[in-house]
Design a protein around this ligand. Structure first.
Ligand code: H79
Length: 428
């Protein structure tokens, strides 16, 4: 897609699910040029991990706030947080088996408990100084790299322990302590754990009000991220520090619909739809829904970051591991049409199909088979199609003329999840 086309699409379309697209501050060198985003756009599928003290009550990562638990009371959970079966290598193994290419671990959520040795933590509220006496970020970053997965860290600037977070103008001294902690902790994460590929901020808003961009006056994200880039020049940064960010975020389990989105973006959602953190209440996504979500995301140019919430012992629930393995089995067969592709040339048709391309191949993802005459009519592309098959499978009858391409799927054995077809393009 050319620059002019991209610009006109960006102006003409409203991406309702992508809140605050392009909002936030930016400055020279604050964002990566397009060529440094290509590797990220190639990944398509990653693992998000929400794990912390909130795994113990098992009612979700917002427990401290929702149940109005005072900080001193909540802090006692750290005495019990001493996992015996935590293994970052096992997390990485599960991610790889699922076909995931990167991981993003929550290093510290809004409750303030840091999963590393964090001298910058207010009152040293971390896993190093409490029962576990372990640096989980170190174990995680080492395991990711060893497994060949790209390393992402999630960090929440927001910390509920600070009254100044809720009232930064009336309590500036306390808010300043919070800001000092954020700068200190982000520096620790960027300095002490080798090359970090992705920095995923969350909760840059103030007092849970307005947008992350509205709070830029407080966090000064250009200054914060200039420090980040001094350690990790090419790290891919999301928009939730109040800086524009290198990609846009679509959070939650709502279906992905509409046209191709012409800038880098990521869908993040939960495998257990109940909450991000470990939850007694289980609402595990059905396999077909996961594959559809992935395909719908990739066919519109996005990556999908699928979340797991390990239990207090650090173990990903076995039913979740099993479900992810099934996703990996579909990807082992169909990955060629997913990884390292770009969306198009056909615009997706909601609830029916979408497309990606790579080199001289176009991949059509069929969410369902056409009813009735088993025929699909694709619009003209201006390219000559020389062959059509099921990916790793039988030939598909097709006819191409000036009005488009007609595929006849009468003899096609569909994949029970999503069927991938391959069109070969002449001279590409
Ligand atoms: O870390 C996960 C969420 O905890 C976090 N972002 C993802 C990745 C997040 N922070 N804020 N929000 C999501 C939006 C806030 C939603 C809320 Fe609520 C609605 C806060 C209060 C009402 C959901 C429902 C959380 C508590 C009750």
């Amino acid at each position: 897609m050319g620059d002019a086309e991209k610009k006109s699409m960006e102006k003409g379309l409203i991406y309702t699910s992508l809140k605050g697209v392009g909002q936030g501050v930016s400055g020279p060198g604050s964002n990566l040029p397009a060529e440094k985003m290509q590797w990220w756009e190639d990944q398509k599928f990653g693992m998000f991990i929400h794990w912390g003290l909130y795994a113990i009550p098992a009612t979700g990562e917002w427990t401290m706030f929702n149940q109005k638990i005072p900080a001193e009371e909540y802090a006692k959970l750290a005495d019990q947080f001493n996992p015996k079966h935590f293994s970052a290598a096992e997390w990485a193994r599960v991610a790889k088996e699922a076909g995931m290419k990167y991981m993003v671990m929550v290093t510290r959520h809004h409750d303030g408990f840091a999963l590393w040795n964090s001298p910058a933590s207010y009152r040293h509220f971390d896993s190093w100084e409490t029962a576990a006496h372990r640096d989980f970020v170190k174990e995680y970053t080492d395991a990711c790299r060893k497994a060949g997965l790209h390393v992402g860290l999630y960090y929440s600037p927001l910390d509920w322990r600070f009254p100044g977070y809720f009232d930064p103008r009336e309590l500036p001294d306390n808010a300043a302590l919070l800001k000092k902690q954020t700068y200190g902790q982000v520096e620790e994460l960027m300095k002490n754990y080798g090359k970090i590929d992705i920095l995923w901020y969350d909760g840059g808003w103030l007092a849970h009000k307005g947008s992350d961009a509205d709070a830029a006056w407080f966090w000064e994200p250009l200054k914060l991220n200039a420090m980040v880039r001094s350690y990790n020049p090419d790290v891919v940064i999301n928009p939730r520090s109040g800086m524009v960010g290198d990609f846009q975020t679509d959070e939650g389990g709502a279906d992905v619909k509409g046209p191709i989105i012409p800038f880098p973006w990521e869908k993040c959602l939960n495998l257990n739809a109940t909450s991000w953190g470990y939850n007694k209440a289980q609402n595990l996504m059905p396999l077909k829904q996961i594959i559809d979500m992935l395909v719908n995301t990739v066919d519109r140019g996005g990556n999908m970051l699928l979340n797991v919430g390990p239990d207090p012992d650090g173990v990903i629930p076995p039913a979740h591991v099993e479900r992810l393995k099934e996703v990996g089995q579909w990807l082992a067969k169909n990955g060629e049409g997913i990884y390292q592709t770009r969306p198009g040339p056909f615009q997706p048709v909601d609830d029916f199909y979408g497309a990606t391309y790579s080199g001289n191949k176009i991949y059509i993802h069929l969410l369902k088979m056409p009813a009735g005459d088993a025929v699909i009519k694709l619009p003209p592309t201006g390219q000559v199609i020389t062959a059509c098959t099921v990916l790793h499978g039988e030939k598909v009858k097709f006819h191409q003329d000036a009005t488009g391409i007609t595929l006849n799927l009468a003899t096609v054995q569909p994949d029970p999840l999503v069927t991938t077809l391959v069109l070969k393009v002449k001279g590409r």
